[in-house]
Ligand binder design. Structure first.
Ligand code: FAD
Length: 459
């Protein structure tokens, strides 16, 4: 009944029955998998906002649940169906509609792939700074709905800071168009922020106005080895002072992670292994000669003072890419560190070394052999780590529980940037109080009274 009504309203080329398509690619993200044998209504591939609105109006009327899907590069199962639902794939809505050079904005459909947006900005002489390892598949709608972060949050902010306007379709099919292009606009509630980071549970993003930045004219990158986390903090202080707002990345990698990113993947290590922590530092500026001189002076002074034990500065784009490839090796974990449990947590930057120690102690006291690799966007207070799951089944839920209890004890966040999806739902209480959770449920009830949007996710 539901499938027929949908096909009649929007067409059989837009709403497909499960048997007509390759379903497998819609049933998993980078890490999470739908329950075996899950029953699905079908998959919708809308082309326009009008299609999305028609689909949701009918689903709301017929009580059909809907799972919005972007590029499925998420890590917490946000786009993976866990209940009978219609999958709403945004992959056909990928148009880059407009670049407004005066406003420095780009208007895109939600299915536009992040890398295509970065390239279009660059061709127009601008820079879209949000960047992450899944850039070749992640869509703007997914990046908005998870409030993604990535490598340059330190300078440009998270997705929340890069969106000026949104068009969203509510659960009942109402189109809310807030395609604002102005940086200043205080006319009542900032509605777009409700949807950014809500993981498809409050509305479906169909278009976005993105904020563009001037294209950097120089990029300086260095990999530095330091003794311990105290030295990472001291180096961060010097980098902030020395580079000011031009500091665009400050990424920490602990030795086990560095080993995987280099020799573990068959690449030559640019710095000798075995140091306390490796830090990737990036500066983006507008004056190539002066920026390079300033970069070398700050790194050189830290070396001379003994704060940095060893360092390499990239001399070409190829060298820059190979330094970043070490940091981006989690994209290649399936080859060398798999299966694994991935964590994305945050506490204030000064406490990250202590939190890492708390977690290692807690996990190793239960599972002495557990293999852990730590890395992260530490200047953004964000620590990532992965735990390898042995051939003997490891108790995933207990590893989660031990880790999130350690995060909760420090009043940290169990999800710095990946969201909650279905895999972190049970642990949300470690980071959010009962009043916060109740307010989230109130918002959900107000915007989606029949509970059709992204069932089984977030709250
Ligand atoms: C190698 C690699 C590295 C990564 N690094 C980072 C990183 O550094 N920082 C970071 O933040 N993330 C990172 N990620 C995670 C991932 O890329 C982001 O979460 C990304 O934002 C997901 O986009 P997507 O289009 O793939 O969304 P999906 O995974 O398809 O969906 C994510 C969530 O958004 C919802 N959604 C998707 N589209 C819409 C829409 N149009 N309207 C409403 N809801 C929608 C889904 O229902 C789901 O809840 C990485 C992923 C990979 C594979």
């Amino acid at each position: 009944m539901g499938l027929n009504a949908l096909q009649q309203a929007v067409g059989k080329d837009i709403v497909r029955a499960p048997g007509e398509i390759d379903l497998a690619r819609h049933l998993k993200d980078l890490v999470q998998q739908a329950p075996a044998g899950i029953d699905l209504v079908g998959v919708a591939y809308p082309r326009t906002t009008r299609d999305v609105s028609d689909i949701l109006r009918i689903c709301n009327r017929e009580n059909i649940k809907v799972t919005p899907q972007g590029g499925l590069t998420g890590l917490v199962g946000g786009g993976v169906p866990v209940e009978r639902s219609l999958l709403l794939s945004m992959e056909r809505m990928r148009r880059i509609e407009e670049i407004d050079a005066e406003a420095a904005t780009m208007t895109v459909q939600a299915g536009a792939v992040l890398e295509a947006v970065q390239n279009a900005a660059s061709e127009a002489g601008f820079f879209f700074p949000l960047d992450l390892g899944g850039r070749g598949s992640a869509q703007i709608g997914g990046v908005v709905s998870t409030n993604a972060g990535g490598n340059r949050v330190l300078r440009y902010g998270m997705m929340r800071d890069l969106v000026l306007g949104l068009e969203v379709v509510l659960a009942d099919g109402t189109v809310v168009s807030s395609l604002n292009k102005m940086i200043k606009n205080n006319t009542g509630y900032d509605l777009k922020q409700l949807f950014i980071g809500s993981e498809g549970t409050l509305g479906v993003v169909t278009r976005a106005v993105l904020r563009l930045s001037p294209k950097p004219l120089s990029v300086c990158t260095a990999l530095c080895a330091v003794e311990d986390y105290a030295a990472v903090l001291a180096l961060l202080r010097q980098a902030r002072q020395g580079f000011g707002g031009a500091l665009s990345a400050f990424e920490a990698m602990w030795p086990e992670f560095y080993h995987i990113g280099t020799e573990g993947l068959g690449r030559q290590a640019p710095l000798a292994p075995g140091r306390g922590v490796y830090v990737l530092i990036e500066l983006m500026g507008a004056d190539p000669a002066a920026d390079a001189a300033r970069f070398e002076a700050v790194i050189g002074a830290a070396l001379e003072a003994g704060l940095i034990k060893d360092a390499v500065i990239a001399r070409s784009e190829r060298e820059t890419r190979s330094l970043w490839a070490i940091r981006e090796c989690p994209g290649e974990f399936p080859k060398v560190f798999w299966p694994q449990l991935a964590f994305d947590i945050s506490v204030p930057t000064g406490e990250i070394g202590d939190l890492k120690r708390d977690i290692e102690t807690a996990l190793r006291s239960r599972w002495p052999e557990i293999q852990l690799v730590f890395f992260g966007h530490v200047a953004d207070a964000n620590l990532h780590f992965s735990a390898k799951l042995d051939a003997d089944p490891m108790p995933e839920h207990e590893i989660d529980e031990v880790t999130y209890a350690a995060v909760g004890a420090r009043k940290g966040s169990i999800s710095a940037e990946h969201g909650i999806g279905f895999s972190k739902r049970l642990f949300l209480h470690y980071s959010r109080g009962p009043e916060e959770l109740e307010l989230m449920r109130t918002l959900k009830r107000a915007l989606d009274p029949n509970g059709i949007l992204n069932p089984g996710k977030v709250i």
